[in-house]
Structures are given as structure tokens and as C-alpha cells.
Design a protein around this ligand. Structure first.
Ligand SMILES: Cc1ncc(COP(=O)(O)O)c(C=O)c1O
Length: 407
């Protein structure tokens, strides 16, 4: 009998995982992996935050059984996360707000995508050009036609005019995916007045905003980074937020995040929750308990919450110091170029503007790994590798006559 899988085609491997595999196989003692999408500490390790460790110890002491958690997640988690996402705006939204625990930010996006597919089956979704590479794949897999709006200009600036022009032409019901802060991969964020303009135009067009908040707290702090969420919340119109604790609590493998849906009114809350629960039930039944319980413990105990805020600030400040360090070293080594964009970009990444050829040269000659797009993870830099990386980039720029590093 022939195999039912004989016709199955091999897909290309995930580009990010491919880079990590090549990095692991590299025997150079000076190798550096800047292709990763995780925060690494000064010693190059994924940190175990103190607040997480203390919450986990408390959970162990409680000796709770490993029961199923509700389909929409642990109630204490959902409640605390709604406050974290909406903060001061929460009371005005509460009666029409649905917040459910999800499997990381990806799981939250997927719940949101599957839900929107049932409410707006003919809608298209608009993502930034460029965007996190999984956005297109995820929304396509959910059945959406995925389009892009202009975002990054060749000169390294933000194409706000292009974004507005595209948004002005969208039909009612289409979905606009926006990065709430720390845009991945460019590190370019919108200004408060730009958020206000987008909100007003989306409302006028009847476009549904979907904010991806995977990096809240990594730009200027939790409160300041809420500007986009606050802008949409204050307008009081329906929108969605996907939230992730992978980065901000360094809980990558625990798959813990949330989807929040601001519905149109109290009467919509029950029906919307029931639909999202059906999607969760038929996809994974209920979310994993450990990450949710850990986060609920941290967010519901003021001492642990304060400790988390401090630890988040340390991560944020370390990234900023690495940005300064890289920009300063490049300024010294390549004085005819302007590297100030590195310190202006926000979050874990820098869109270096390095061409694919330059990235290839960094890899083959210096064992420094970056994404082909030129995205480097600034959070993977540390005092020990900063000189190595800066020297290598400077050499590549000088030898290749590379002109594309943005000003
Ligand atoms: C913009 C963006 N959204 C969502 C995610 C997914 O987060 P998680 O790892 O929690 O699924 C990521 C992860 O890198 C991301 O960069």
C-alpha cells in the first residue's frame, strides 16, 4: 500500500530556528547569536526572574493538585491581567471586557484570529511592512487574506503618511494589526498624536484595531508603554489586545499570555466570551496551569509585583545601555556614519539596515549571527561581546562599502 503521506511536501525550515541551529554547530569561541528573539542577561543566559522564582516557591509550598484550569483560564490571572493591560482605563471598560488566558502571545493572536474569522469572514487583515514574521503565517493559517500597510521607510524612518493613506482606503470590517510598542522587527514606534490619528481614522472607517502587546514595559516602562492601548481604550470602541508574558517575565516556555476583547457593550460580553471559549475548547481545551498560576501570584501580591517592576526596569535599562554601547563603538570606528538610530529604536531589536550580503559576511567571517533582514537582538549583547560585534560590523561596513545602514 502506498503511504498516504507520500505526496507531502517538505516546507522550508523556520529561518530563525535555522540560524540558531547554524550557531550551535559553529565552533568559534567568539560566536555571537544576535538572531534570537529572547532577552539574555549580562552572562548570555535567559534569566530566571526573582519574582518568578519566589512565586514558584510559593506555589510549591501550597502543594496544589494539577487539576484542569477553566477553559478561559485561571480567574485570578484573567482579572489581574485585565488590570495590567488596561490599568486606569479598566473601570470604564469592565462590563464589556473579555479577558482570557492564552498560550503565549502567539496563542492570543490565534484565538483572536479564529474569533474574528467567525465574526468577519470576508475581512482582510493588514499588517505592517515589515512585521513579526509569524503574523502573516498565523493569520493566513486562520483563513485570512493578509495585506500590508507601509511602515518602514528605506531611510530608516517611519512611513506614517503611507500608513494613513492605506488606512483611509480600508473598508469597514477589515482588521488593522498594530504593534502596541517596541515594534518587531524595526524598533520604530508611533508617537502619541499618531496613535490618536490612527484611532480616529479606524473608528471613522469601521476598521477593527488589533494591538499586539508582546513587549509592554520594554520601551519606557509599563505605564508609558500603554499609550496605544490607552488611546483605543479611551475611545471606548471595540478592539482587541494580545498580550505575552514570554519576554516581560522571561516565561518563554511556559506559554503564558492573554487575549483581551473590548466588545461593543455589556450585552456582547457573554456571547463573545462563549465563542472564544468554544475556540479554546476545540483547540487545546484549557490553558496550561503553571505559567498562569505563577503570573497570577506575582500580579496579586504587591511585594512580588513591585519586584517584577524592578526586574523589568533592569532588563529595559540593560538593553538601553547596550544600544548606547553599540552606537558609541560604531561611531568611533566608522566616523562618517550616523548610528544614532540604534539608540532611538525601542525594545529588544535593532533594524540595523545591514544588507543580506553584509549579514552573510558577519556570519561566515565573524561567526556573528543576525536575521537576513538585518534585524539584530540588542538584548543578546553584553559587555563581553559588544566590542567583538561592533568591530565585526564596522569591518563589514568598511570592506563591503555597505551604504544601506540607515541614517
Ligand atoms: C510581535 C510579537 N508578537 C507576538 C509574539 C509571540 O509571543 P509568544 O512567544 O508569547 O508566543 C512575538 C514573539 O517574538 C512577537 O515578537
Amino acid at each position: 500500500m502506498s503511504s498516504p503521506f507520500a505526496h507531502v511536501q517538505q516546507l522550508p525550515r523556520d529561518p530563525v530556528l535555522g540560524i540558531t541551529e547554524a550557531f550551535v554547530a559553529d565552533s568559534s569561541p567568539r560566536k555571537v547569536n544576535l538572531g534570537v528573539g529572547v532577552y539574555l542577561d549580562e552572562n548570555g543566559h535567559v534569566p530566571l526572574l526573582d519574582c518568578v522564582q519566589q512565586a514558584e516557591e510559593e506555589l510549591l509550598r501550597r502543594k496544589g493538585p494539577h487539576s484542569y484550569v477553566p477553559i478561559d483560564g485561571i480567574a485570578a490571572f484573567d482579572n489581574a491581567v485585565a488590570s495590567l493591560i488596561f490599568s486606569g482605563e479598566r473601570p470604564s471598560l469592565d462590563e464589556r471586557l473579555v479577558t482570557v488566558q492564552a498560550l503565549g502571545g502567539t496563542g492570543a493572536l490565534k484565538l483572536g484570529a479564529d474569533f474574528l474569522r467567525t465574526t468577519n469572514p470576508s475581512a482582510r487583515i493588514w499588517i505592517s511592512d515589515p512585521s513579526w514574521e509569524n503574523h502573516r503565517a498565523l493569520f493566513s493559517a486562520a483563513g485570512f487574506e493578509v495585506e500590508t500597510y507601509p511602515y518602514y521607510r528605506a531611510d530608516g524612518g517611519l512611513d506614517f503618511a503611507g500608513l494613513i493613506q492605506t488606512l483611509s482606503s480600508l473598508p469597514s470590517g477589515d482588521i488593522l494589526l498594530l504593534h502596541a510598542c517596541c515594534h518587531n522587527p524595526t524598533g520604530l514606534d508611533l508617537e502619541p498624536y499618531q496613535w490618536a490619528e490612527i484611532q480616529a481614522l479606524a473608528a471613522e472607517r469601521g476598521v477593527i484595531p488589533f494591538l499586539d502587546a508582546a513587549y509592554l514595559g520594554f520601551a519606557d516602562g509599563l505605564d508609558a508603554d500603554r499609550v496605544a492601548i490607552d488611546t483605543f481604550a479611551q475611545a471606548g470602541l471595540p478592539f482587541l489586545v494580545s498580550f505575552s508574558f514570554s519576554k516581560s517575565l522571561s516565561l518563554y516556555g511556559e506559554r503564558v499570555g492573554a487575549l483581551a476583547v473590548v466588545t461593543g457593550g455589556a450585552a456582547e460580553r457573554g456571547p463573545v466570551l462563549s465563542q472564544i471559549k468554544r475556540i479554546a475548547r476545540t483547540t487545546y481545551s484549557s490553558p496550561p496551569s503553571h505559567g498562569g498560576a505563577t503570573v497570577a501570584t506575582i500580579l496579586n501580591e504587591p511585594g512580588l509585583t513591585a519586584l517584577w517592576h524592578d526586574e523589568l526596569a533592569l532588563m529595559r535599562d540593560r538593553i538601553k545601555a547596550m544600544r548606547e554601547g553599540l552606537a558609541e563603538r560604531l561611531r568611533v570606528q566608522v566616523p562618517d556614519r550616523d548610528f544614532s538610530f540604534i539608540t532611538r529604536q525601542r525594545g529588544m531589536f535593532s533594524y540595523s539596515g545591514l544588507s543580506k550580503e553584509a549579514v552573510e559576511m558577519l556570519r561566515s567571517r565573524f561567526s556573528i549571527y543576525a536575521l537576513d533582514s538585518g534585524r539584530i537582538c540588542v538584548a543578546a549583547l553584553n559587555k563581553a561581546n559588544l566590542d567583538i560585534v561592533a568591530e565585526a560590523i564596522a569591518t563589514v561596513l568598511r570592506e563591503s562599502g555597505e551604504q544601506s545602514l540607515v541614517a
